[in-house]
Design a protein around this ligand. Sequence first.
Ligand code: DX5
Ligand code: ZN
Length: 213
Amino acid sequence: MKLAPSLLSADFARLLDEASLVAPLASYLHWDVMDAHFVPNLTFGPPVVNALRRRLDVPFEIHLMIDHPAEYAPQFDVRSGDTILFHIEATDSPSATMDAIARTGAEVGVSLRPRTPLEAVLPLLDRVSTVLVMSVEPGFGGQTFRPEALERIRRLAAAIAGRPVRIGVDGGISAGNVRAVVAAGAEIIVAGSAIFGAADRPAAMRALLEAAR
Ligand code: DX5
Ligand code: ZN
């Protein structure tokens, strides 16, 4: 299991401190880029993510919840091992979007909303390294996990059928459900409020790792 703390729930006035604090137990740092069009919320974009990228060594997972992902992907100064995820609902040209992300040097990931049929991403499995299953409606932290995500993760794991594709899950993850999502087949566990809502962030991460065993 790979833990990916989502900085969406961090103290934005202390982003570097918050990221540095969770970095030792993190496999990825998860950055939720929102544009107030694809989702009804607005967060941060390339200047903020790039400034933090220069100061941190953990791989970044950049979750683009924006329209026109192919236009914005090149604006991120990624390192080898970083992943840029786009939403399948955000583009009519997934192939061009995957090309644009691959040209940055990042690994390519695709994400899908809870109501989007899983079939929408299955044709992409030979070209992506991560599929991120949203277990809440994208846009905000602190929402309740949708249990139907478990069956979607299981179906996705079966469809991946040995390809080198990781399954991520994003939204409403807590110590109470992390074991179930890992058992279903999720490898990358994104968690925002479960980590940054706790006074002791590293202890909250250890609790998630422990609960997943
Ligand atoms: C939601 C974001 C998530 C969010 C998860 O649109 O994609 O990454 O930070 O937050 P929690 O873990 O609080 O549901
Ligand atoms: Zn996210």
